[in-house]
Write a protein that binds this ligand. Structure first.
Ligand code: GLY
Length: 276
């Protein structure tokens, strides 16, 4: 049994942009499924799925990111392995095609959890990651606000992993870091479930949204009910966004309180669903 869910960001999507976004999340889902169906690992599946979304300018992550008020793209990403309890993250990293892969390298090959700013960018350079110009990273600033991509997977060995990547919010201050690279806020994974969050980071951080949803699952809620509870909790402080989650039984949950959140998943029973 395996399961995978991906999303392309909760926000005020224009109706006419949704078909393209749904195509994008389906493409990412299929790449992840091709790994999981061949007994690949959850961590490989979420990394590869998010790399597809980072390369797609329809989404605010990697290519397609919002620029800050200086005109520079600064990106955040996190990857977490529920089977080991480890995570790696980067914050305010520049000129990287795949911030999620740098986050994985931080997790696997450094004694640290989170590298930020120039140090993160230098680390990526020293380790041969694909660099890309600021101009190519910048997305269409006329997009209505929507943000962040994410993926959660359960593999055949029962391991859960999660990945979240973002260009952050439109016209943010230089140096601003959102919820995405904060473990428990933008992502969380343990042996029982994985959660990825999207939305306005300044609110998500205050409620540790991903951990809040995971705590609901730990108390016995289904992933869907826990996701609804998380978004209600976020809404209590006027926050908006969405979450995706999978538990160790391959049950999928998703919820959002924005206009749309393109998503695609296959659950542990092999049921496939795509929507926004
Ligand atoms: N949720 C992404 C951010 O606020 O940066």
């Amino acid at each position: 049994m395996f399961a995978l869910i991906v999303h392309g960001g909760a926000g005020q999507w224009h109706e006419e942009r949704l078909p393209r976004a749904i195509e994008g999340v389906e493409r990412a889902l299929d790449v992840g499924i091709s790994i999981l169906a061949h007994e690949g690992s959850a961590i490989d599946a979420v990394e590869q799925a998010v790399m597809v979304l980072e390369d797609d300018p329809a989404f605010d992550a990697g290519t397609g990111s919002y620029a800050n008020t200086d005109g520079d793209v600064e990106m955040d990403a996190i990857i977490a392995d529920g089977s080991t309890g480890r995570f790696g993250a980067v914050a305010a990293i520049r000129n990287l095609r795949h911030p999620i892969s740098v986050a994985r390298k931080v997790m696997e090959d450094t004694p640290h959890c989170l590298l930020a700013g120039e140090g993160a960018t230098r680390y990526a350079h020293a380790n041969g990651f694909d660099f890309i110009s600021n101009e190519l990273l910048i997305g269409d600033a006329t997009h209505p606000a929507h943000d962040t991509v994410g993926a959660v997977a359960l593999d055949a060995r029962g391991h859960i992993a999660v990945a979240t990547s973002t260009g952050g919010t439109r016209a943010k201050m230089p140096g601003r870091v959102g919820d995405s690279p904060i473990f428990g806020a933008g992502a969380y994974a343990d042996a029982a479930c994985g959660v990825s969050a999207t939305g306005v980071g300044e609110y998500i951080m205050r409620v540790l949204l991903a951990k809040f949803v995971a705590d609901g699952i730990a108390r016995g809620l289904t992933p869907d009910v826990a996701a609804q509870g998380g978004i209600a909790h976020l809404a209590n402080i006027q926050g908006s966004g969405g979450v995706i989650t999978i538990d160790r039984d391959g049950r999928v949950g998703k919820h959002f309180n924005t206009l749309a959140m393109p998503f695609a998943y296959v659950d542990g029973r092999g049921q496939r669903n795509v929507g926004s």
